[in-house]
Design a protein around this ligand. Sequence first.
Ligand code: GLU
Length: 489
Amino acid sequence: MTPEHKKNVRVRFAPSPTGPLNIGGARTAFFCWLFAKQNSGAFILRIEDTDFARSSPEYEENIKEGLIWLGLEWDEFYRQSDRLELYERYLSKLIKENFAYYCFCSPEELESEEEARLSQGLSPKYGGKCRMIPINEAERRSKTERHVIRIKTPEKEASFHDAVRGKVSFDIALMGDFIIAKGAGNPLFNFSNVVDDYEMNITHVVRGEDHISNTPRQLVIQEALGFPPLEYAHLPLILGPDKKKLSKRDLAKSVIDYRNEGYLVQAILNFIALLGWHPEEDREVFSVSDMMEEFSFSRVQKSGGVFNPTKLDWLGRHYIKKLSAEKLAEHLEPFVPKAWTADKDRFLRTADAFKERLKKLSDFKTLAGFVFELGDYEPGLLAWRKSTKESAAINLEEILPIFNSMPESDFKKETIESKMMLIAKMRGNGEVLWPLRVALSGKESSPGPFELAEMLGKEETLRRISLALRILAGSVRSTSSGLASSPQT
Ligand code: GLU
């Protein structure tokens, strides 16, 4: 029970599996991981599931999956429910050494004691009634009576050093003798947390600011067990865009949800890096290796980090833009129907054409869907402003043979543009380009017609123009024909 304490940096991420790995947890894990790597230390994943009622294996899985996706792989893994015997041993050590005791007070008793203290203007802490029960009697009663285990809190100040906040002090006397276990096999979070930090040779505790209020309790437990003090770094709260507490919805959103929406992992890591940490110069784009070089707790702020969805989208776009067309197409594959990728070249061309417009991979399906599946549109949409359907038909008739005569290999934006502009000069830009663009997209707004024609390729371009002509002639009512099922003209 007294392992040698090593100087090597050992940091743990210690989530309770009572919810998914959200952005806040991911940030804690990322900063722990960075600090461990910067110091050639160990990054440990410890699942704190001693709150049996609220913990679930599904959340544990979600946490692991999220960490793996983020690339924050752990060097060691522990689960507290596998270690209950260890906590029990430490609990009985504390009781034997008279640092802790059994308490048999009923909730009703505690409540009326609290009321009485409050009415006398005293702090509502536990008065210590069961401290007086002789140990043998308490041991005997504990076999049959409902009880909890309380620790004796010394009447003094306690303090710890925090890498973000400096020295933090508390008057622990105000806490009174608090509960550390609900029974020998049922340690509370603060107790198992302290035991494990010691047993696992943890050197630095990195966690959210919401745990500052737990720290004085943990210091009392540490001292009673004779454990050496630890270094701390409490990370600031994450605030919503309105600078208020992050909404329940954002808190419930897991890292896996972001993955499933198609945010690139680099964008998410960059985004969470900036939640409360800021670099020396004004810069927003950080790769993991940049962070490895630049991250330090001295640049973590005390005030809340603001969760700004616009920044996330900006970063999302930034990282997608940097991908090659091939890489992007690879990333997009799981986000689109299989049929879309059947024509590899067209898929690549389209991915490349939409690259600048994607914040996340799932945007592609919405934005580029019409390239792969032409939707329904009204014949009237083909007519430019005050022009007529007849005129649209005449112009499309004109275009058809020109496209037809172009070699497939030359079916490129620039060539298409130069040919189309010749007709447009004679007949008016809108008169030619509008019906062409609508014929190719089926939409009121879309990328330009030259770009679209190149994306679709010669064959599909011809098919869509012919289809538009049939719609204008009234021989076809609907365009609802995807690529695969489309009739050829
Ligand atoms: N289990 C705690 C939580 O999920 C973290 C405790 C710690 O990091 O010390 O919030």
